[in-house]
Design a protein around this ligand. Structure first.
Ligand SMILES: Cc1ncc(C[n+]2csc(CCOP(=O)(O)OP(=O)(O)O)c2C)c(N)n1
Ligand SMILES: [Mg+2]
Length: 379
């Protein structure tokens, strides 16, 4: 059977409405990210911002494979996952703006979106930091005999972090219900996979842990979904941890701080844009009679309005109260934890700036020998 036929068959197995929903979701993520970058340059968003532009088919295809009892966790490049699990566009945008109405009340920002109710265990800022957490969540599911599995997404560079190996090893030894997905967008900041990885076919790392592994075209939503459905079933039902590598590309720089042009050619970027996930999936829907120019324009107008509404909502939303800065930061025990750190408490500050006048003056140090004073230390 040809690849085209296989792909057609996959399309047929999903209801028309679901196919349209997935297309709209990719369009929403694309527009959300474009407008978020624009809002960042208008100084309405602080910290960093990493977008999913170019990676929509991977993100949406993966999340579409999750079942009600499953969990998902990812890196700081997390806006697409938040929208794909069903968080409201308003709550996601307001989080970027650091507003109280954000999905984590403005405490997380771009890199730390989170929606536990929707089983999204968050975006994580330390490269590879989410992998041991994912293994822990998978262990918890197994320990409690719960149905479901954990899908852990990470970047191509994150596979070279020690925690990746430790986590996959323990997942292999303990048969944890974990699917590790490598979103291979070819670069870790400005370092290509070929420069950074001794084995650039990253899915092959799984052989070290005797796990089944596959590499899939990350620009093809249905191919991603089909592989993820199959491997999640293995993880969920057979307690067989697996690895999936999705080959994709980020069109823009690593983050808003990176123009993304110094380490790759315009030709390379253009060649990937010719395989734009929205165009590829749109073509499939057109072949099935589910999309035409008018419908595509209607979707574009709809998501434009939805994102604009989210921006307006965020602008009008209140900032968090500075006095409540530590609320929600330490889970259910938050107030107690904060009290322990308060001034005068066992683990708290002994004094604050205003009290410094009462602090005894530090002892006078002897003068250093000539040439070894503060200016000579060269720090
Ligand atoms: C432990 C650690 N080292 C370095 C960094 C800085 N850093 C942030 S993102 C990044 C590149 C990661 O690339 P990759 O895993 O391919 O993910 P991508 O950004 O491409 O999605 C680096 C080195 C970090 N956040 N954490
Ligand atoms: Mg990368």
């Amino acid at each position: 059977m040809s690849t085209a036929q296989q792909s057609h068959q996959r399309t047929e197995s999903l209801p028309d409405d679901e196919l349209r929903r997935l297309y709209r979701l990719m369009a929403l993520i694309r527009r959300f990210e474009e407008r978020a970058e624009e809002q960042y340059t208008r100084d309405r968003i602080g910290g960093y911002l990493h977008n999913n532009i170019g990676e929509e088919a991977t993100v949406v295809g993966l999340v579409s494979a999750l079942q009600a009892d499953d969990y998902v966790i990812t890196s700081y490049r997390d806006h697409g996952v938040a929208l794909a699990v069903g968080a409201s566009t308003r709550a996601a945008m307001a989080e970027l703006f650091g507003k109280e109405t954000g999905m984590v009340h403005g405490r997380g920002g771009s890199m730390h979106m989170l929606d536990v109710q929707r089983h999204f265990l968050g975006g994580w800022g330390i490269v590879g930091g989410q992998v041991p957490i994912a293994a822990g969540a998978a262990l918890a599911l197994d320990y409690k005999d719960s149905p479901g599995a954990v899908m852990c997404m990470l970047g191509d560079a994150a596979v070279n972090i020690g925690a990746f190996h430790e986590s996959l090893n323990i997942a292999g030894v303990w048969n944890l219900p974990l699917l590790t997905v490598i979103t291979n967008n070819r670069y870790g900041m400005g370092t290509s996979v070929e420069r950074g990885s001794a084995e650039p076919e990253l899915y092959k790392r799984a052989a070290s842990y005797r796990m089944p592994a596959e590499r899939v075209d990350g620009q093809d939503l249905l191919a991603v979904r089909e592989a993820a459905v199959r491997l999640m079933r293995l993880a969920r039902d057979e307690r067989q941890p697996c690895v999936l590598e999705c080959l994709t590309y980020r069109y823009t720089g690593h983050s808003v701080a990176d123009p993304g042009k110094g380490y790759r050619t315009p030709e390379e970027i253009e060649s990937w844009k010719r395989r734009d996930p929205l165009i590829l999936f749109g073509q499939k829907l057109r072949e099935r009679g589910l999309l035409d120019d008018a419908a595509a324009q209607a979707v574009a107008a709809e998501v434009e309005q939805e994102v604009q509404d989210a921006i307006d909502f965020s602008l009008q939303s209140p900032d968090p109260d500075p006095a409540a800065l530590y609320q929600h930061m330490y889970g259910a025990e938050g107030d107690e934890q904060f009290a322990r750190m308060a001034i005068g408490a066992p683990y708290g500050e002994r004094s604050i700036a205003a009290d410094w006048s009462a602090t005894p003056a530090p002892p006078t140090l002897p003068s250093p020998p000539p040439g070894q004073g503060a200016g000579a230390r060269g720090n």
